[in-house]
Design a protein around this ligand. Sequence first.
Ligand SMILES: [Zn+2]
Ligand SMILES: [Zn+2]
Length: 398
Amino acid sequence: MKLIDPIIQFHTEIQQIRRDIHAHPELCYEEHRTSEVVAKQLEAWGIPVVRGLGGTGVLGIIKHGSSERAIGLRADMDALPMQEINTFAHRSRHEGKMHACGHDGHTAMLLGAARYLSQQQDFDGTVYLIFQPAEEGGGGARAMINDGLFETYPMDAVFGMHNWPGAAFGTFGVTPGPMMASSNEFYVTVKGKGAHAAQPHKGIDPIMTAIQIAQSWQTIVSRNASPLESAVLSVTQIHSGSATNVIPDEATLVGTVRTFSNSLLDLIENRMRTIAEHTAAAFDAQVDFEFKRNYPPLINHAKETAFATEVMRSIVGAEHVDATVEPTMGAEDFAFMLQEKPGCYVFIGNGDGSHRDIGHGLGPCNLHNPSYDFNDDLLPLGATYWVRLVEAYLKKTA
Ligand SMILES: [Zn+2]
Ligand SMILES: [Zn+2]
């Protein structure tokens, strides 16, 4: 593994920052302390900073040479509303909040790269260090874009990185095209007519209608979607009723849809609406149909992916880069940035969990698990990747 020496030398300093952020997790758009830690640190290294982009987002700018070319590197800063069960020293100090997705580590890896790039500028152009808020459902990437990220600070490409538990330390995973799914929610209310349960003929039963709708929806992925495309349609909540002898007025169906393409998403949403409305009509009921599109599919651009893959190979060796990694049905709001700019998002192996300090919980070291912890060994590796990516992308021509 070809790590950059100075980055190894300040590893302890970056690890302390990572653990400090881990101990002070903040949720979507509340990352005031975290973004201040980031901004102050960048300023201490002489890097100009823009605060408050997209709410609590921070942008660091490192310009060198005369080239107009620019690259964006993105890290996320927010934590999750869940209780940490680890008891090691850097465990969460905030009840019910936890860095269980490793965004503390992503922030620290980018800070490590920033610290190096603030001293050694072996490139020609501009590096934008993008520290975004609210990745966990809040659309912080979109908020930064809407706040002028790409208009005010033009960049040629953007790159993102997420730790991946289960993949070995020292490995990377990436694939051109779709890598993470679109994430969408639906809220459907079936409106019937309440009645005494012993007199069903006097009412319109919303429960039976809701069941028919939920079952028929399961034909969409199996009968309407192409068998060569992947999609998930999960009904995750059915709510209705309050007594054994009352047919209720309403029933609600709630759940999620995941796809790797917008065209398949259009098809699923349309079919869901048609089935819901027509099934309800068949039973003399009515529906309120609400479909919310949260994050679009994350689609890596071929050219930038090939470029990033070469950089990863140069650091860990070709045999440790899976260039056709299996996509996941999870979602990621870096997808918004890849809709605006060419770029590439990669997984960096977080290991099997054996890196965790004494006092970690009994659970697995999976993302969003209360026993999770970011693997600090990744800090110099991730920072090295960012730096080598910058040096290759903004290569000096003279
Ligand atoms: Zn997450
Ligand atoms: Zn995450």
